[in-house]
Design a protein around this ligand. Structure first.
Ligand code: SF4
Length: 182
């Protein structure tokens, strides 16, 4: 039997998520680059500007079908759910940016835990080496998610593009043309 979930911040966290319309990628982006998170919050993305990227995304969406039981989960887009054991799965091509990926899957786990009252865990499957790791919804992860949600709220209210320096991620970031870091 899965343990019960209890977090004193559940109501305030859910309220902020609903109000700002947050989902998993916001929690990944805020841990990668504040400017990227700001652009994502303000709905600036390269796919809107480039029809080839938009076509590629549509193709990927129809070719790699997700677990159908994830359809209809508002704001959640995990790859697979094990409803019986309360495990949420996310596939990644590589194991890079571990904190950012853990926050994304941690977000799925916390929202499912709040909704069902059961304590969910997350599992990240790395496709290139066929390894996986478990992401436990412990107090450190809950604390991280809480602070991420506060940072996302501040960014959503800011009209100012955050200052950032060029980082390693810029080389593969689709938003690099907007930053002049391409
Ligand atoms: S190009 Fe670099 S600075 Fe700009 S949004 Fe992407 S990661 Fe952030």
């Amino acid at each position: 039997m899965t343990p019960r979930f209890h977090w004193t911040q559940s109501a305030a966290f859910s309220e902020r998520v609903d109000r700002l319309n947050l989902h998993g990628l916001h929690f990944q982006h805020i841990n990668l680059c504040r400017r990227r998170a700001w652009m994502y919050l303000h709905r600036i993305n390269f796919a809107q500007w480039n029809c080839r990227v938009a076509t590629g995304l549509a193709h990927q969406e129809t070719r790699y079908k997700r677990d159908r039981s994830t359809i209809g989960l508002f704001g959640l887009a995990p790859d697979r759910l094990d409803w019986e054991q309360a495990i949420v799965f996310e596939n990644k091509g590589t194991g890079g940016a571990q904190i950012a990926v853990d926050r994304q899957v941690g977000y799925y786990a916390v929202m499912l835990s709040i909704a069902t009252g059961r304590a969910w865990t997350a599992r990240v499957q790395v496709l290139t080496n066929r390894r996986w790791r478990e992401v436990a919804l412990d107090s450190a992860l809950l604390d991280g998610l809480w602070h991420d949600s506060l940072a996302l709220e501040r960014l959503s209210q800011s009209e100012q593009v955050p200052e950032t320096s060029k980082i390693g991620l810029c080389a593969s970031c689709s938003l690099a043309p907007f930053c002049g870091y391409d």
